[in-house]
Write a protein that binds this ligand. Structure first.
Ligand code: GLP
Length: 265
């Protein structure tokens, strides 16, 4: 795992956005895996700014979102489809027909999930998957005890996740307790994965992800088994880590090596 510890949330957003921009500029018809939640919002703002400044175009990009609430239509303000349109898609030059979010209004969730997987496969899979992380270590909506080889399916949310996301819903408003989510096995098929996290309330989950055992109880810990993962965090999210100095040292050594290779070549 590559572990990048930065000063603050803005640096995390900037770094994450740059990785995505580089990926698109290398391959303009790239397939991105995208995430919702508050963590990626600043990163998406950085992408919008880069698009406005002509540094990147999303015209040929295809996107697959991780998850959606089951029972919300795409025009519901708390649906993840609505979030993505508002926070990113409506502000850039992406073709909305090439943006995929599981359909939360489906009457046949099993078929919707199978079709979602088939569509991802047909379009060549995800090149770079962006992830946030829940306080309990969930990725997408894969809650603790999710099978580490699971596929896109219906998942029941934990009370903790429902509580954590309550802030987005109005008092008394229907808040789904079920979701459609890419499975952990699905996520692991992305060629590259970037997980971002900021703030002290993510410190425990980050500690378990990076330094804990691989365990279904912390779904993000499976990323230890992926060959191309970058975890980008701020100082607060790094608070539980035992070995931050070593991770920073690795990054310095990597930069030196890259510079030497550039000079030589
Ligand atoms: C939700 C999403 C996750 C996200 C998590 C953390 O549960 N399904 O994909 O990573 O929330 O959200 P936040 O970034 O708001 O802390």
């Amino acid at each position: 795992m590559r572990i990048v510890v930065l000063n603050d949330a803005e640096s995390v957003a900037h770094y994450g956005a740059n990785q995505i921009i580089e990926t698109i500029n290398k391959k303009p018809d790239t397939n991105l895996g995208l995430a919702t939640g508050s963590s990626p919002i600043r990163l998406y703002q950085n992408l919008i700014t880069a698009y406005q400044q002509g540094q990147v175009s999303f015209k040929q990009v295809t996107t697959f979102n991780l998850d959606e609430y089951l029972g919300l239509t795409g025009d519901h303000p708390q649906s993840y489809r609505y979030f993505m349109n508002q926070q990113l898609f409506n502000e850039i030059d992406i073709d909305l027909d090439n943006t995929f979010v599981p359909d939360g209004s489906t009457k046949n969730p099993l078929k919707t999930c199978a079709d979602y997987e088939a569509n991802m496969r047909e379009r060549g899979g995800v090149a770079l998957q962006l992830l946030g992380i829940g306080r309990n270590g969930h990725i997408g909506f894969n809650e603790p005890s999710s099978s580490l080889v699971s596929r896109t399916r219906v998942k029941t949310l934990t009370k903790d996740t429902v509580e954590a996301n309550r802030r987005f819903f109005k008092p008394g408003e229907f808040q789904p307790h079920l979701s459609l989510t890419m499975g952990i096995g699905t996520i692991m098929e992305a060629s590259q994965i970037m997980l971002i996290a900021t703030g002290a309330d993510k410190a425990e989950a980050i500690k378990n992800t990076i330094e804990g055992p691989v365990s279904a109880y912390c779904p993000a810990s499976i990323l230890q088994m992926h060959a191309n993962v970058t975890v980008v965090i701020d100082q607060d999210a790094a608070l539980g880590l035992k070995d931050v100095a070593f991770y920073q040292y690795i990054e310095q050594e990597q930069s030196r090596l890259q510079a030497a290779i550039k000079m030589a070549g």
